[in-house]
Design a protein around this ligand. Structure first.
Ligand SMILES: [Zn+2]
Length: 131
């Protein structure tokens, strides 16, 4: 589970056709109120580009884009679960701190993670007018 201090989490969609690893210290969960996060109800955690290791090729997943077309929501073609996505926007703090350009992971796909014990970070996605 450990690799030089960074935990390695195994993750999969419901049918396990989509498998991936997350290399990160997961210390909170994001709940966003933008239109799609609100309907989906996912618990999200953002990781840098190289912290997500795909065992399933990206082209094996279905892709949903809407609005400005800058966010990419990936879905398992078999079970319909969203295991991760490319976010559309970053918060002002994130832009200042890290110029985020990684992945948003659906924490409910991570095996053995106590999602309901994580501190919740409320994200006011519907108020952000960033492209
Ligand atoms: Zn699946």
């Amino acid at each position: 589970m450990q690799n030089g201090g960074t935990p390695i989490w195994q993750a999969a969609c419901h049918c396990r056709r989509t498998r991936f690893e997350v290399h990160a210290e997961i210390d909170h969960a994001r709940i966003c109120d933008c239109s799609i996060c609100h309907q989906r109800g996912a618990l999200i955690f953002r990781v840098p580009e190289n912290a997500l290791k795909l065992m399933t090729p990206l082209h094996d997943l279905a892709l949903y884009q809407w609005g400005t077309g800058t966010a990419k929501d990936y879905f398992c073609k078999t079970c319909g679960i969203l295991p991760f996505r490319r976010p559309r926007t970053v918060t002002p703090e994130e832009q200042a701190a890290e110029n985020f350009s990684g992945w948003a992971v659906n924490l409910r796909c991570i095996e053995g993670l106590a999602t309901l014990k994580l501190p919740i970070r409320q994200i006011r996605g519907h108020e952000l007018a960033l492209p």
